[in-house]
Design a protein around this ligand. Structure first.
Ligand SMILES: C[S@@+](CC[C@H](N)C(=O)[O-])C[C@H]1O[C@@H](n2cnc3c(N)ncnc32)[C@H](O)[C@@H]1O
Length: 359
């Protein structure tokens, strides 16, 4: 039975790693990892010798396989692991669970969410006010009854996607907004508006586009205090957001009234649509660690050119540091060479297509 096998795996993995940890503390030399410690090669090799990160991830993945609906839900960061040592993994986890080698069911959940949607992604509402303004202006010029289909690529946990959907709600034309993101856990969090709204077994399945299971867990949820996980995550998010920001990081925009909204987990480079798309958004992705090669960009332009409706709008924004921005500019160069008109406002770039480009 799912519950039994989950707790059996948990106990087995915990026993193994607590023994390993005792050996480590007996034989290894300090310093021990604590938040804020600068990692050196020496510290890393100290940990690797006794607590190798690849083996740790292998065992942790076994625990998650008992919780998540299918292997595809295991966060990408664990599947193609780039963590050089266990402390590198700990650094990516929120405080209540960083620095630990054993798990409770609750901690395993928290880690799955945190690894699939790390704080450094910074997804929150209010990141790109210039985009909302631009879309409003663009919308006003359109004929009243046109359907507006929007795709938000790399939507993460979906706060920005809801914002656009709420904006489109104010216009008379019916709108459909689809968020596409790589991690199934992110798409699921977005579909359920979580955090801060708690997952509930009664959440509605999505209509229309893609299928995101309404209930995440293979293992019955009552053993895991999701409310506590939510509070821990919120505490972390709150730390990120200075109080005077217009949109605190943990504020999730409301659900739109008229505009349909749905989320799909998948790679944007493979995503296909059944009809032309009026607005394509791609924020915090191009030029970043996930999408940066010329080959990626060419694939992306192909996706855009087959999907964007004549007269459609492509919007790219990010808050990257300067190193990443260089790569992003390469993408813009390619766009201009393809004949698009490009306008830069704030942190965003607005491309307009003409029907001649799309042939
Ligand atoms: C930095 S976050 C940006 C989130 C949001 N768009 C924003 O700007 O606030 C980048 C997101 O893109 C997703 N992602 C990365 N590669 C992707 C791909 N090939 N296809 C779809 N989503 C991807 C990641 O999972 C992550 O949620």
């Amino acid at each position: 039975m799912a519950r039994n096998s989950f707790y059996t795996t948990l106990e087995r993995v915990n026993r193994k790693w607590s023994e390993r940890y005792v050996t480590f503390r007996t034989h290894a030399v300090p310093p021990w990892w604590a938040p804020g410690l600068i990692l050196t090669d020496e510290i890393r090799s100290n940990y690797e010798r006794y607590l190798p990160v690849s083996e740790f991830i292998h065992d942790f993945t076994k625990i998650l396989s008992e919780l998540l609906p299918s292997p595809g839900w295991i966060p990408q960061a664990l599947r193609g692991s780039n963590f050089r040592s266990l402390p590198d993994l700990w650094e990516s986890l929120p405080e209540p669970i960083s620095g630990k080698v054993t798990w409770t069911g609750e901690a395993a959940w928290l880690a799955a969410f945190a690894i699939a949607s790390p704080e450094r992604n910074g997804t929150r509402a209010g990141r790109y006010p210039e985009q909302l303004e631009y879309i409003s202006g663009w919308q006003r010029k359109r004929r009243a009854l046109d359907l507006v289909v929007t795709i938000d690529y790399g939507c993460g946990t979906g706060q920005g996607t809801y914002e656009i959907a709420n904006l489109l709600d104010k216009f008379p034309n019916p709108g459909t907004v689809i968020g596409v993101t790589r991690e199934p856990i992110e798409a699921w969090m977005a579909a359920n508006r979580w955090p801060p709204r708690l997952i509930s077994a009664s959440a509605n399945p999505l209509r229309g586009f893609g299928t995101v299971p309404p209930v995440l867990s293979k293992t019955p949820l009552e053993k895991v205090d999701l409310d506590r996980i939510r509070k821990l995550l919120e505490r972390n998010l709150a730390k990120e957001a200075p109080g005077d920001r217009e949109y605190p990081a943990d504020r999730f925009p409301e659900k739109p009234e008229k505009t349909q909204i749905g989320f799909v987990a998948g790679d944007m480079r493979e995503f296909q649509v059944a009809q032309p798309v009026e607005i394509i958004l791609c924020n915090g992705l191009i030029g970043g660690p996930n999408l940066f090669s010329d080959q990626d960009y060419l694939r992306l332009w192909k996706v855009i050119e087959t999907q964007l409706a004549p007269g459609g709008l492509l919007i790219l924004g990010n808050h990257f540091h300067d190193g990443f921005k260089k790569r992003e500019h390469r993408f813009h160069e390619m766009g201009k060479n393809r004949g698009y008109k490009l306008e830069a406002i704030g942190q965003s770039y607005f491309y307009t297509a003409s029907s001649t480009i799309l042939g």
